[in-house]
Write a protein that binds this ligand. Sequence first.
Ligand SMILES: [Zn+2]
Length: 213
Amino acid sequence: MNVIIFGPPGAGKGTQAQYIVNKFNLHQVSTGDLLRSEIKNRTDTGKEIEHIISKGDFATDDIVNRLLKKVITNSNYRNRIVFDGYPRNINQAENLEIILNSDNQSINFILFLKVSRDILEKRILGRVTCEKCNKIFNKFIDSNEIDNHPCGENYMIKRKDDNEETIINRYDEYMKKTKPVLDFYSSRSYFHEIDGSNKIEQISRKIEQIFKV
Ligand SMILES: [Zn+2]
């Protein structure tokens, strides 16, 4: 089976992708890794990519499609690919189908791990640390534990974290950019939206159920 997995920062996409790769013996394909490997191996395409990046541009869809075709049609990976962070736009989505069709393959499952901005904010911004024992809590989720914590409430501090704003900005940007691609896929019978606010294990079980159908 071939799987596409989508999810904004904070939804646990990386964790779940890793999980299904191991559990179902799949091969994870990230375009970033493909590009980096070409550069590292000093291939002609790698040199081309380096040249583009040095000018501050992104690798073209044409290059990405070429590299993907190589992986998708590789007999070691055929029909056992997890696409991570791809496709990023409609052009790439259409090309992916052309490549798959030309090799008698298809997309079997599209997973979208959804987490609302509100929940992401609560997860990130609610983080408090006990200064005495360094235990981390979330004031929106663990209010009982905080009230009953033996060190006492006076030690609970909110540590300043510059990453917080970055994560939320990345979330907004991801949702904006990915919306057209999700719209492109969402009406398909094999598109599955999964509640990314659940616990990691629950999400994994849910994905396993989907794969069994
Ligand atoms: Zn404590």
